[in-house]
Design a protein around this ligand. Sequence first.
Ligand SMILES: Nc1ncnc2c1ncn2[C@@H]1O[C@H](COP(=O)(O)OP(=O)(O)OP(=O)(O)O)[C@@H](O)[C@H]1O
Length: 124
Amino acid sequence: MNLPKMLKSFRYAGVGFTKLLRSENNFQFHALAAVLVLVLSSLCNLARWEWLVVCISIAAVFTAEAFNTAIEKLCDLVSKERLQEIEDIKDIAATGVLLTAVGALIVAFFVFGKRLLESELFTL
Ligand SMILES: Nc1ncnc2c1ncn2[C@@H]1O[C@H](COP(=O)(O)OP(=O)(O)OP(=O)(O)O)[C@@H](O)[C@H]1O
């Protein structure tokens, strides 16, 4: 096991995360949504398994968004022309993000839906 090499990889990943956060509009939106969900989660006194699914959902959306951005950048590097193949690749990568976002919304519905409906917000 090469520890310095592993630490270097973590550093590169951190740099990638900073790049996504600084320059990618969609990633900024997902990051803001994640912060709001985490704040809401801590207010809602979630069970351990609920924290687990919330964290996995957030990680899945971030991961899909990161791969989607990397694929988009690779496509743009390969060709600036409008090509059917690039359209297909980008559309499919975007579908990956959409699917994880829909999954996260379903998780949010099950974890927070009942709590929000029963909260004072809706009983006024
Ligand atoms: N070179 C291309 N050839 C064909 N279609 C393309 C090409 N580039 C983009 N598209 C089409 O435009 C859509 C949007 O692509 P784009 O690269 O602008 O990503 P985006 O969704 O705007 O993401 P971002 O905001 O991160 O740039 C793609 O899903 C694809 O359908």
